[in-house]
Design a protein around this ligand. Structure first.
Ligand code: GUN
Length: 292
């Protein structure tokens, strides 16, 4: 068997075009959607991510404001900046790029963002809303994965779904979303005994561990749908430095039923869902203003 390769980049293009149309409609109704992105420090990977987010906004008709703050920014200074953006009616979404420098408490910062501007979906109010089944903003990566599964026509009700990774950003919300679609969900992590055995049961396997090519063909059930959230750099060998996922793509291609590539799978969808969340935030803000 050779797996179908799921084209996340093509799906993301379609979603960006839809966002573009929604942004134009909102502008015509006198609201310019706006996203503020804060980057503290000069981590090179974060700089690239942030630049891409700003570029996506420009192309979709969303105004974006990139705020760079120095690496030695104090927590108080960052919180003050967030307060100002919370109060700014032209800003509908606020994203603080993670990770943050050591002197700053990430949780404090996330909780300082107004929940109705938390387009990352990381605030405890939004995480709780997802947990209790009435989500407002979904974290972009798991949201993108659900769109991929929907687009690929994957039947989730009753399916065995295994999520490898338990981060607040991906693993936990991903598991919740799969559960909401009536999958039987297992979350695996670094202390899981016999990871391969769990993975082999999966009809849908989501790899979000951050370890290059750790999911190998022998860990995949024939015909399974494999979603690779990993974004790693190959450490050595002829392809050193190149981007690769958590899945050994070439090996798993021969076993799986469908698979997302890296790059070109989940990554573009994560970026697209940030635009969707920002549009939602702007549309809700406009509706609140109109209702006053
Ligand atoms: N760093 C890595 N991924 C993300 C993300 O989705 N949002 C934010 N804010 N920071 C990140």
């Amino acid at each position: 068997m050779t797996a179908t390769i799921i084209d996340g980049a093509a799906l993301a293009r379609r979603i960006r075009a839809e966002v573009g149309a929604r942004a134009a409609a909102l502008r015509a109704a006198s609201t310019q959607p706006g996203l503020a992105v804060i980057l503290v420090g000069d981590d090179s990977a974060s700089s690239v991510y942030v630049r891409n987010k700003v570029k996506d906004c420009e192309e979709s008709g969303i105004r974006s404001v990139l705020e760079r703050m120095p690496a030695d920014t104090t927590q108080a200074a960052l919180l003050a900046r967030i307060d100002a953006l919370n109060a700014d009616p032209t800003i509908h979404g606020i994203l603080v790029q993670l990770p943050l420098p050591r002197q700053i408490d990430e949780r404090r910062v996330i909780e300082a963002i107004a929940p109705d501007k938390d387009v990352d979906g990381f605030h405890v109010a939004n995480a709780g809303a997802l947990m209790t089944g009435s989500p407002r903003f979904l974290p972009c990566t798991p949201y993108g994965v659900m769109k991929i599964l929907e687009h690929a026509g994957v039947e989730l009700a009753g399916a065995e779904a295994v999520v490898v990774g338990r981060s607040n950003i991906v693993g936990k919300p991903q598991a919740m979303l799969l559960l909401q679609r009536n999958a039987t969900v297992t979350i695996c992590h670094s202390r899981t005994r016999d990871l391969a055995a769990h993975c082999r049961r999966a009809d849908v396997l989501v790899a979000a561990v951050g370890k290059a090519r750790m999911i190998t063909a022998d860990m995949v059930k024939p015909g399974a749908v494999v979603i690779d959230v990993g974004m790693n750099r190959i450490p050595d060998g002829p392809n050193a430095g190149k981007l690769c996922g958590d899945v050994d793509f070439d090996g798993v291609l021969a076993v799986a039923g469908a698979i997302t590539p890296v790059p070109g799978g989940v990554g573009p969808m994560t970026r697209a869902m940030l635009l969707v969340n920002t549009m939602e935030a702007a549309e809700r803000a406009a509706a609140r203003t109109a209702g006053r």
